[in-house]
Every structure is written in C-alpha cells, then in structure tokens.
Design a binder for this molecule. Structure first.
Ligand SMILES: *Cc1c(COP(=O)(O)O)cnc(C)c1O
Length: 422
C-alpha cells in the first residue's frame, strides 16, 4: 500500500495549509500517552498536547473505558426536548469548578462555536432588553476561531483579509503590559463615548495564537473592572487557558473581576472528541427567559451535547481533580522555571515567559527570505523525535500533564540544542 502521505494528496484539503508549497502531510498511525507514532513507527513526544487538548495523555485508558461504556448505553440523541445523564452529570461537575457567578451551560462543537454562541448571546441579551448594541470590543492579536463572529473578534489579520468587509463591527485595544494600562483606559473612554459596545471578548492572561503573549495581571484587572462598571458584558475565551494551563483551573480565577460568559473547549474533552461549552451568569439566562418564544436563544447544532463527548469531558474532569494530575501540573511548572533559569541570558533568546504549564521563548533570529522559519524549527524538533510547532520564531511548550520528568527533560534538551545550533 502507498504511504498515507501519498494517498492523502489525492482528495484531501487540509486546514491552514497552502497546498502548493506544503503538499506533504506526515502520516500518524497511533498515539499513546505523550507519544505520537508515525507510519514508519518513529515516535514523537507531543510537547503541545496536540493543540492543548490531550492533557491527560493520548488514548488515556480510563477515559476510553468510560466512553466505551457510554457508547453501549446511548450514542447520540437530539438535545432539544431531550436530555441525558452525561450532560446533566457534566453540568453538576463543571458548574462548581467555574467562577461562582457562572450558572448555565450552553453546549456546542468547538472553540469557534463557543465564541460564536457567546457573541450571539451578548448581542441578543441587549436586543431582548430593547437596547440593541452593535459594537464588540477585543484585544489586538487575539484569536477566537474561524467562524464569522469568532473571526471578526480575532485580531490576527493574516487569516481575515478576504473577509474583512463582511465582519462584525469590532474596536480593538492593545493588551495590557506593564507600561500601558492607563493609556488603554483612556482609549476605552473614547471608544465607549463614541459607540454602543455590547461585549468585550478576551483571552485572559495568555493569548495562545499570538505566540503565548502574556498580559500584565493588574493591567488586565483594571481593564475588566472598568468595563464591568460600564456594564459591558465580559466574555472570557478560555478555550486554550481552561483546565489547568495557567496555574489555576481557569485563568479567570486569578482575576477579581469575573466574566459574564466563558468559552471552553480543547482540553474540555481531553483530546478525545470535539465539544465546547459557553457558560453564562444567571442574569444573562434571565434576559432570555420570557413567555415570548422569540426571546429564547435559537441557536443549536446537530451534535449538541453529544453523550460520548460529555462522557469524555466528565472522565477528564475526574482525572483533572486527581492528585496525580495536580502533581503533574506542579511538576511541569517547576520544570519550566528551572529550565528558564538555566538558560537565562542565552544570546539567542530575545524574551521568555511562563504562565503555569505554558512556557515560551522568542528566538533572536533573522527571519530570512528563503524558507519559513517556523517550518525549519519544527523540522529540527521532528527529526529528533519531538513534536513542537513554533509560532513564527516563538518556541513554546504545553506538555500533557502526564509527562514524566525524563520526557520533559528531552523537550528542554532539544530546545537547548536548538539554541546552541542557531
Ligand atoms: C483554538 C482556539 C479557538 C478556536 O477553537 P476551535 O476548536 O479551533 O474552533 C478559540 N479561542 C481560543 C483562545 C483558541 O485557542
């Protein structure tokens, strides 16, 4: 049989890919724990948890056994007019883990739809009260997904070019750093005087796609507090940061000003099945709770709250609370700190940062005209059995919580080797 790489080229269109310059996809035949195995049997340590999802390890036996059992019980059912144990049990488990003002869960399929739902809820919240507001507020360089609403609030314009004329109206503010919070507040005052802002969509503390850009904590607090006082709805996109990435279960826990809505996906279902949740306060829910049918929220996807995905989430949350996983998280945090200390001042590092299990290094390298830096860095790691997918010239780690210290050291050693090779 021809290789997956070759067979793939016949019919498949890959995401985020220019096929003319990147025709070849690596065939992955299986995964286990922190390892991916390609079709030749070569193994790779998954240093980014397959885009922040597989945090309890790939093909986790406990999660698989729970989902298999559920599969024999109830596979899929319409979620309008019906409910089921996995969704109810998940709501009973998740709500107490969220900031105390979160009271309702709305299910959808992926991070983009979680944001889409939040944006639509925010717009209809104002509409239902007879005070429609059209403008959304977001951070520069945020990433919130690829559907129209989520794309509109995203500020990484490389993806948005052809669609800009079709976007929602969005005002952008810089992310809070040490030096700029008072300037941001001034800018906000101008924006709020000129437009009716419905909601602010933000990735709290760390912006994933913007190369793990971290925020100044008190600056973020000041922005959130200011907006809360002006009754702008706060939508925390915790699709990436959720479930233990930033040192707490949710980044919003580290803020005094709590969001009105939260978007969850990625690690929610432990890398097994796609699903997302948009949570909201009782106040938001109340604005839709009327005798008039049209005041309800008419949004739904065919696979909403799929019982198998809910079971994967439930099993994942049980693992999340276990001593073993909490210890794993602490171990990664300590490992990152030690590693960053050990390479401090390296001439090839322009900047470094860490937040929880997330660690990022900006490399001091010339972006040359020939060949893409990211691809060359990634190839360097893949050759050495390590799956890292740098963002531009930023190398980052977000390993599965089950990674062993020796495996973590392999990641660090290869980064160090890269630094010494540059
Ligand atoms: C990945 C991501 C999304 C989009 O999620 P998809 O499941 O890819 O649609 C949205 N927001 C953030 C912060 C993300 O990291």
């Amino acid at each position: 049989m021809e290789s997956l790489t070759k067979r793939d080229q016949k019919f498949i269109w890959h995401p985020l890919t220019q096929h003319k310059t990147h025709p070849e996809m690596l065939g992955i035949s299986r995964a286990s724990g922190v390892y991916l195995y390609d079709e030749d049997g070569k193994s790779y340590i998954d240093g980014i948890s397959s885009w922040y999802t597989a945090v309890y390890g790939h093909c986790n036996p406990y999660i698989i056994s729970r989902v298999c059992a559920q599969m024999h019980q109830l596979d899929q059912v319409v979620f309008s007019g019906f409910t089921h144990e996995p969704a109810v049990a998940l709501s009973e488990t998740l709500i107490p883990m969220l900031p105390e003002n979160q009271e309702r869960l709305f299910f959808s399929d992926n991070g983009s739809t979680a944001v889409e739902v939040a944006v639509k809820m925010a717009l209809q919240y104002h509409f239902n009260q007879g005070k429609p507001k059209k403008v959304l507020l977001a951070f520069e360089e945020g990433f919130h997904g690829d559907t129209f609403g989520a794309m509109s609030v995203s500020g990484l314009s490389v993806y948005n070019g052809p669609f800009e004329d079709f976007s929602l109206e969005v005002k952008r503010i810089p992310v809070p750093l040490e030096e700029n919070p008072s300037k941001i507040l001034q800018q906000l005052e101008g924006i709020l005087n000129a437009s009716e802002v419905a909601a602010f969509v933000y990735e709290p503390l760390v912006q994933g796609a913007a190369a793990m850009k971290t925020h100044n904590r008190s600056g973020l607090e000041a922005v959130l507090k200011y907006l809360k006082n002006k009754e702008i709805l706060l939508i925390a996109d915790e699709v990436m940061t959720g479930f233990g990435k930033t040192g707490t279960c949710f980044a919003s826990e580290q803020m005094q000003t709590k969001p009105d809505m939260m978007c969850l996906s990625k690690a929610l279902t432990a890398g097994l099945l796609p699903m997302a949740i948009t949570s909201c306060t009782g106040e938001i829910f109340e604005a839709f709770y009327e005798d008039e049918v049209s005041k309800g929220f008419f949004h739904g996807h065919t696979y909403t709250a799929n019982p198998l995905a809910c079971t994967a989430a439930l099993a994942g949350l049980e693992l999340y609370k276990s001593d073993k996983i909490q210890l794993g998280i602490r171990r990664i945090e300590q490992g990152h700190r030690k590693f960053l200390d050990s390479i401090e001042g390296h001439p090839k590092i322009r900047a470094s940062r860490q937040c929880g299990v997330i660690m990022a290094l900006d490399l001091d390298i010339q972006t040359d005209r020939y060949g893409n830096i990211r691809d060359r860095l990634m190839a360097f790691f893949m050759e050495r059995g390590v799956f890292l997918r740098p963002l531009g010239n930023t190398v980052y780690l977000m390993p599965p919580y089950v990674i062993e210290p020796e495996e973590l050291n392999i990641l660090y050693d290869n980064i160090e080797l890269l630094l010494d090779t540059l």
